[in-house]
Ligand binder design. Structure first.
Ligand code: ATR
Length: 269
């Protein structure tokens, strides 16, 4: 049976095994998919062992995506822009291909599952770390009228503006400077949710009918999802839809078949 895994640290909470096992069943693919806890210092050796033992592909999650980017022989264009790899595939010639399906996963959740159109809309992304970098390219590709990027550390938001200049325009900003603006969609890409904390966002940033989206997900509504609801968001959701959609694109890369995500999403609710 072809073997796949998600590597991360910690990994105990991962829903990826359940998602991929459901995809396999649904598409009648014979494969196994497990979660393996891997500390960054042993990532390289663990990855080599996994593929030497016959493994076909892995997903990498926090904090291994940047290490995975360094480790693979070839990168897809979207992985190159992301500076991070969440999906590795063993190619026929024995080399490793790195992809990043996070951005397309988010866009699919926003535009297909939630039925949003981003064209001509004003977007705000909070945070300018690895998670933000993975989604900025696809968000710019959706042709918003503005994409603001707020971060505590100004230099990181400015670096993203420069990095994506060939794709589209990003306006780097501080949290304080946002008070005169309103947005149709606010995406939380900070790691604050992991501590049930909120970035320093003021009230009144959300336009009428606005939507809030937290890339993080948890059993209880995250602090940012709760903020969105308090601000009167039409929709304020966490990132479980993105999780399922990024998994589907990884599955497609490995197996050549796109699974149906609707039933899997339903089963995670
Ligand atoms: P990830 O891969 O999850 O993006 P990261 O690259 O370490 O992790 O980036 C974390 C992001 O969350 C950064 O943008 C960080 O802001 P700084 O660059 O100013 O450090 C942001 N972040 C984390 N905790 C935050 C908090 N409590 N308030 C605001 N921003 C926060």
């Amino acid at each position: 049976m072809d073997r796949y895994a998600v590597l991360g640290y910690p990994i105990g909470h991962s829903k990826s095994p359940i998602i991929h096992q459901q995809f396999a069943k649904q598409t009648k693919q014979a494969l196994s998919y497990e979660a393996i806890e891997v500390k960054p210092e042993v990532f390289s050796a663990t990855l080599e062992d996994f593929f030497h033992a016959g493994g076909k592909g892995v997903n990498c999650t926090v904090p291994l995506k940047e290490l995975a980017f360094e480790k693979v022989a070839q990168l897809t264009e979207r992985a190159q822009f992301s500076g991070a790899v969440n999906t590795i595939k063993l190619m026929d010639d024995g080399t490793l291909l790195g992809d990043n399906t996070d951005g397309v996963g988010l866009l699919t959740d926003l535009c297909v599952n939630l039925g949003l159109s981003l064209e001509g809309k004003r977007l705000l992304v909070l945070g300018a770390g690895g998670a933000a970098r993975g989604i900025l390219g696809p968000l710019l590709g959706a042709k918003p009228s503005a994409l603001f990027l707020a971060n505590r550390t100004a230099s990181k938001a400015e670096a993203m503006e420069a990095l994506f200049a060939s794709v589209g325009h990003i306006t780097p900003t501080s949290y304080e400077a946002l008070s005169d603006h309103q947005f149709d969609l606010i995406i939380n890409a900070t790691s604050a949710s992991l501590n049930d904390a909120l970035p320093a966002i003021n009230a009144g940033l959300l336009a009428a009918n606005g939507v809030c989206y937290d890339l993080a997900y948890s059993e209880q509504p995250t602090a940012f999802v709760r903020w969105g609801l308090d601000e009167g968001a039409r929709l304020s959701v966490d990132g479980r839809g993105m999780l399922v959609e990024q998994a589907a694109h990884a599955f497609k890369l490995w197996r050549g078949v796109m699974p149906d995500t609707a039933q899997v999403l339903e089963s995670l609710k």
